[in-house]
Structure formats: C-alpha cells, structure tokens
Design a binder for this molecule. Sequence first.
Ligand code: ADE
Length: 260
Amino acid sequence: MSSQSAPLAVICAMPEEKAALRELMTDLETRRFLGRDVTLGRLEDHDVVVAESGIGKVAAAVTATLLSREFGCRGLVVSGVAGGLDPELHIGDTVIAHSLVQHDYGQLQDSGLKSFRPGVPPLGPDRQDIVFSVAPDLVERLQAIAADIDLPDLPAGLLPQSAPKAWRRRRVVMGRVLSGDQFINSDIERRRLHRDFAAHAVEMEGAAVAQAGALLGLPVVVVRCLSDLAGVDSHLDFPRFVAAVAPGAALVLRRIVREL
Ligand code: ADE
C-alpha cells in the first residue's frame, strides 16, 4: 500500500499542459528522468511529481508506470486537454472521467471495430468489459467538486464575435473519456464515438493510464478541458485554444488532489 505522504504522479502529454500545472505549484525541483525534465513540488500542500509524457497511449502508460515505481506514487493523474464529443459541451468546458475506454482497441471486422478489453486475451468472459471505471466513492467526491467549482472565462478575444454569452460559462462535468492513438478531426467519427461509447470527450492517453493504474493497484483521475470539438475544425481549434484551456484542467486538479 502507498502511504498518504507518497506523491501523486501527474502525466501531461504536452508542454502547455505541464506549464499550466507548474504555475499552480510551489517548492519546484526539476530532475532529469526518462530523458525529460520531471517536476517535483507541492500542489495545495500535496506532493506531486509531474512529467511530460509525450503524446499517445504507450508514452503515457510507460511514463505513469515508471513514475509510480521511481517515486512510490499513491495515485495517477492525467491533466490536460481533449476534444469534446458530447454536443452539449463547448470549448473550455472540463470533463472529469468517471470511466475510460480505449476506443481504438479491438478486432477489426468488415462491419468495423469490435472493442475488446485491453490486455485481456480476445477469448473468455472478460473480453467485452471494455470500460475502466473510477471507484464509485471517488466518483461521488469528484462529482461534488465538479458541481461546486467555477472556472474563469476564456479570454474574450479568443471567442468568435458571434458566440452567445452563455457559451463562455464554463461547465465542469463528470463523463466518459475515450483514448486512442488518433487525433480526431472528423464530424463523422466524433458522432460515431459519441454514439457507440456514450462518451463525452476524446484524447490520446487517459485510458492507457487507467490500464496501468489497474495493474499497479493505483487510483486514476483524468481531468480534461476541451480544446476543440473533434470535428472538421479540430485541427484549427486545437492550436488556437490549447494554451488557453490547459489552465482549466490544472485549476480543477488543484481542487481534486486532496481527494486522492
Ligand atoms: N486532444 C485534444 N483534442 C483532441 C482530438 N480532437 N482528438 C484526440 N485527442 C485530442
């Protein structure tokens, strides 16, 4: 069992995501690890170890596993941005994962991809249990934070002139987060992912860290602020919004650390 004083491992795929978190940390110390700078420090009086993993499932799972072994971490956190899938959500809103799925893992049939549970042989009873679920008591506590927290407005200059005022009120919701080794830039695919997986957001790391957490016996929290809506404009929205929305995930994480 990890002790309460053990640090939390925080995995960020991109430098913008890590930089947003560093802004909120104190007692910073940088160590070279995995060929990258790892930042040790305090977030809301909790020890954290933050690494930029690079993008994708393998990079994130390897980083999470090595951090947890090297620093004896008590939990794994993924903090950063995602593409929105739920049509109710807008750029700047945040999804905290209550469940995670690797949407690109499975058996490719003529009719499309049949999902299987990652890491489980494609035979036997567990293979269709594709969801990595966050423990119900933790979901309950995260839900209370989601309902309570207010995020600052996005800079007005970033929003289209035509954006209605309500668009700027940033929501924080619990939801299902999908991960795959694909940047989604397609209206057809975003609709399919939303429909087939009842998912709220898509990114490229969280469900891989969830798989690592399940193997390591560590709780996993994934916080994602929406940089785009994964549709035909996502390749334009992502670079425009990534640095502006990444601090949203970091602010939500600051409220969450004490629950882990
Ligand atoms: N992360 C942020 N936006 C994304 C998208 N559209 N697809 C996958 N990962 C993302």
